[in-house]
Design a protein around this ligand. Structure first.
Ligand SMILES: [Mg+2]
Length: 127
C-alpha cells in the first residue's frame, strides 16, 4: 500500500493520471445502465460500436486529409473515443468476472513473452 501511495504521489507531481484500472472499472460500473439479462450482448455491441467510431474518424482523415491543426484536433477526438472503448472493455471484463487490471497485466505479460520467444508475428491465441 505504501508503495502504491508513493507511485501515486510520483505521478501526481508530474501531472500524470493516477487512476488505477481497478478504480476505473469500479467508477465506470457506477454509470452502467442497460438490461442486465442482455449484458453480454449489450456490452459487446457497444464495444464494437465505439471501435467503429474510431475507425470512422480515421477513415474520414484518409478521405478528407487534415492540416496540422485539424489533425491535432482529430487526435484528441480519437483519444476520447478510446475512453468510450475503454468503458466497454471495463464493463465486459466485469461481466465475465475479471478485474480490468488483471486483464491488462495478463495481456502485457503475454505480449512480452511472445516478444521474448519471437512469436509476436503469426497467428493463434496460444503462441
Ligand atoms: Mg463514442
Amino acid at each position: 500500500m505504501r508503495l502504491e501511495q508513493e507511485a501515486k504521489q510520483f505521478m501526481e507531481r508530474r501531472g500524470m493520471s493516477t487512476i488505477t484500472a481497478t478504480e476505473y472499472q469500479q467508477k465506470a460500473s457506477e454509470t452502467a445502465i442497460f438490461p442486465k439479462e442482455k449484458a453480454l450482448e449489450y456490452i459487446t455491441l457497444g464495444l464494437t460500436g465505439e471501435a467503429g467510431e474510431i475507425a470512422n474518424k480515421v477513415k474520414k482523415l484518409i478521405r478528407d486529409g487534415a492540416d496540422k491543426e485539424t489533425l491535432e484536433q482529430k487526435k484528441i477526438e480519437i483519444g476520447y473515443e478510446i475512453g468510450d472503448v475503454l468503458w466497454y472493455c471495463a464493463m465486459l471484463a466485469k461481466e465475465v468476472g475479471m478485474n480490468l487490471g488483471h486483464v491488462m497485466e495478463n495481456n502485457i505479460n503475454k505480449l512480452h513473452s511472445r516478444k521474448e520467444r519471437g512469436t509476436i508475428s503469426g497467428s493463434g491465441d496460444n503462441r
